[in-house]
Design a protein around this ligand. Structure first.
Ligand code: NDP
Length: 286
């Protein structure tokens, strides 16, 4: 029977540490970490995420600015706000909530953010730094996955890691992070053949496909570490992950639940990235 990794508690511990460090930074250097959040349109899930981020900023004694923009805001208007925030000395992190309305090109918007303030880690500069193994801001969900494993004393070096999913925000960056930590990494996707043969090789299995309960017990080896990134809302309102939790629980050594596993770590890592940007604890830009 696996140990269930309590992401909620680990995230709360991190938020407490971030708050203590933010208060020290204010005391020592008069700097209050500042995060700007831009929401364009009325996507209900995005509104909930934004509210959680605002609350986390308050709890961590951060300064925050929210921009709630209407669905028909132009790309030009958003770019003007980003340029202003890039110059704003009170702001150390800028987050544009995705997805954006269809008339706005997300690449144009992300590339307009100063990479030092790109606390989501999506700017090509930050992705390039991750690629070269010399990370600057790392994407929050993948960074949170590694933090969960580190804080649960799960070894990464030398392990066979399999990731199901190759998106730019989860699958690919987590693959690079694990590779940078000396795991042997395989990335699966919809064209992968005999998926269960590959997943059964995994000592660390990361499910990030967005397919409810697709990872069944017969796809998992005994004693594997199972990290479930999926968040799937079922018709009856339940939230389930990409892993069939109750059956995989019996075989795994560690497992993250949904909700309460990876999810809470994303906001915690956003605050960590913002704190690091504010305190200047980042590698110098070349
Ligand atoms: P995307 O839809 O962008 O990517 C899904 C990936 O999974 C794709 O690479 C796709 O392959 C692959 N995939 C889908 N179905 C299968 C399958 N049957 N077999 C093998 N591979 C498959 O999703 P995201 O990466 O954005 O998100 C993944 C999940 O994680 C979602 O449930 C999302 O809600 C959740 N999530 C959770 C976060 C958190 O904070 N906990 C943050 C971000 C996401 P292909 O490339 O071939 O299409």
């Amino acid at each position: 029977m696996a140990v269930i990794i309590d992401g909620k508690k680990i995230a709360q511990d991190i938020l407490d540490e971030v708050r203590a460090e933010a208060l020290r930074l204010k005391e020592r250097a008069g700097i209050i970490p500042g995060l700007a959040v831009l929401l364009v349109g009325n996507d209900p899930a995005s509104r909930i995420y934004i509210r959680h981020k605002e609350n986390a900023c308050k709890a961590a004694a951060f300064f925050s600015r929210e921009f709630k923009l209407s669905q028909d805001t132009s790309e030009k208007e958003i770019l003007a706000i980003i340029r202003e925030l890039n110059r704003d000395k009170k702001i150390h992190g800028i987050l544009v909530q995705l997805p954006l309305p269809r008339h706005i090109n997300p690449t144009t918007i992300i590339e307009a953010i100063d990479p030092r303030k790109d606390v989501d880690g999506f700017h090509p500069y930050n992705l390039g730094r991750l690629f070269t193994g010399n990370s600057y801001h790392m994407a929050c969900t993948p960074k949170g996955i590694l933090e969960l494993m580190d804080r649960s004393s799960i070894a990464i070096e030398g392990k066979r890691a399999v990731i199901v999913g190759r998106s730019n925000i989860v699958g690919k960056p987590v693959a690079l992070m694990l590779l940078n930590r000396h795991a042997t990494v395989t990335v699966c996707h919809t064209k992968t053949q005999k998926l269960s043969l590959v997943t059964r090789q995994a000592e660390i299995l990361i499910a990030a496909a967005g397919r409810p309960e697709m990872i069944r017990a017969n796809m998992v080896s005994d004693g594997a570490v199972i990290i479930d990134v999926g968040i799937n809302r079922m018709d009856d309102g339940r939230l389930v992950g990409d892993v069939a939790f109750s059956e995989v629980l019996e075989k795994a050594s560690y497992i993250t639940p949904v909700p309460g596993g990876v999810g809470p770590m994303t906001i915690a890592m956003l605050l960590v990235n913002t704190l690091n940007a504010a305190s200047g604890q980042m590698p110098k830009q070349k």
